[in-house]
Ligand binder design. Sequence first.
Ligand code: SF4
Length: 467
Amino acid sequence: MIKDACGVVGLYSDRDVSSRLCNSLIALQHRGQESAGIAVFDETVKGKINLHKSMGLVPEVFNQTILKGLKGDVGIGHVRYSTAGESIPANSQPYLAKDPGFAIAMNGNIPNYQELKRTMSNSTFDTTSDLELVAHLLTAALKEKSDWFKAIEDTMEKLVGAYTLVILTEKGELIAVRGPLGIRPLCLGRIDETYVIASETSALDSLRARLIRDVEPGEVVLIDERGLQTRLLDLRPHAHCMFEWVYFARADSVVEGISVHAVRERLGRNLAREHPVDCDIVIPVPDSGRSAASGFAMESGKPLLEGFIKNRYLGRTFIMPHQNEREEHLKFNPIKTVVKGKRVVLVDDSIVRGTTLPKLVHLLKSAGSREVHVRISCPPIRSPCLYGIDFPTFEELIASEKSVSEIREKVKADSLVYQTVDGLIEAIGLPREELCLACLTGKYPTRFGDIGLEQLREICGRTGGKG
Ligand code: SF4
């Protein structure tokens, strides 16, 4: 299972926001399941920000009593999965900064975290997350500039990597920031008198808010009683993460104006067109392969069937102490009446470590499938991600170490085919130079592209190695 880094949301409204923040966090739960938090601006006490955060899923962290206690018309929320910093309560978000007071939450990863931290020997760090570093940088810049736009511009110049931020100030302003490369998504929506900022449009939909537009890479949006002010502070070339479309974002979300489900369907169609195979049925790996499998089935004219039942009650498998407890047969069970005697095409989004797929192929063959042909909608993932996605180190990435035919042998599939990088770019529909493809090509869009393998490994020790 691959885990994403986080999801953020912010609401500026004319009535209480905490219940709606909670609902929108549930719509972003797929982006992080370790902890959740909400901070709201309390206008009854000057400069007071109320915060509640804890480890757990959103419905475990919040109940009606807690939400009633979080009174305020402006607020931000966060769901977290740690790719940098430990999975401990202190690292849950939003983070509360003092003097000046503000609450801040982030999605992304800052690869130059250690380098920047070394320059801040006068600051005391209470957490091990990148976010506190960003908060300290902002605090220092605000003391000099006392203007949010200027302070953010100053901070942006120092940060390398991928980030989106939502900030709630002690004056009740809501600020949204998207890092200059636009690696992580962020969108702006509205319903009635309420502005909504969110990592994905699925959160807007949960509130029935209308999508106005994506926040531009390098843009800062500030919302207060005067309305919405915006500044484009950095005009570097964009590098949108291709994996948001392939896997991370929810299929019903729209990223950069492009439907995630439609991209996945096109990826499946590409595979069927480029690598046709004589088969009886097409089945997805639930749930990650579903949209691509439907594209493959439509293009090949073969029936799309459910071949596996996924047990949805296992909970968060990464908290299980022993690898054995993650055994796939607990999670997936083949439907024998569907797959027995059939030539099956099994479609999934990606192969990371290559530990799950051999078990699924084995399960299908044990259930009587005559042939199992694997089709993967993402090209081989060969390099770690520096920008907040929980891919492991080089050694653990199966495609970094093995050729496609060696992977097919390990998986014991009758055939195994990956998407090509060109096919992926065509399915997304953005120019190649506007996409981050670093985990496929090894060409990183930030200055860490120039460093040596050893140093990259060192950095990836911080960003990967879990999951
Ligand atoms: S390295 Fe891969 S997963 Fe990470 S941001 Fe780039 S495309 Fe996305």
